[in-house]
Design a protein around this ligand. Sequence first.
Ligand code: GRF
Length: 216
Amino acid sequence: MTEPKNLVVIISGNGSNLQSIIDAIESDRINARIRAVISNNDDAYGLVRAQNHGIENTVVNHREFATRDLFDEALLKSVAAYQPDFIVLAGFMRILGSAFIQAYPNKILNIHPSILPNYKGLKTHQRAIDNGETEHGVSIHIVTADLDDGPVLLRGRYPIEENDTVEDLHGKGHRLEHRMFPQLLTWLCNDDLQIDEEAIMFKQQRLQHPLEFDNA
Ligand code: GRF
């Protein structure tokens, strides 16, 4: 077993994905420790989840900064203090600037509620219903300077039934996310998944396409 990886998880709200990661670490599925949870909102419930598990938590409130660059700078300083191996965006609802992203190339992960590259941006469930899609899903990708555009590591899918509402899709998506993030982080923290500027390697093989999560 390699040394546990250091994670910093950045959130904006409820933190149910954070909870799934905490639970997977506590049950020894992910070989990591969460050094800190950072939120841009001081009322994010995810901060309470961190406190409940004795995890350091802090707020960098974007409203206190005149520009996005200044917010990014403060966030970067806060993150860097924890020396993360990986930065996990788990429901972080701000766009990171390129200075932040360049400080951690291939180390920042985001979970997005669609089958990327389809439905980048917000309101993906509503748009999928409006377009008459029969399938929607979740993707975990590496964060690059372009929104929801970095290399996709893992995708999961679920069916859209005839009378499904946005809330139904939220529920299906969240249930999937709570299994996908722990799985992806298990691989990453065991070095089964290795990412550098040359290639993404999964279990010694070069990854040509995103992995498909088995949503059985
Ligand atoms: C998730 O649906 C994720 O796809 C999106 O933000 C949401 C966060 O939910 N990026 P939670 O705060 O983890 O409950």
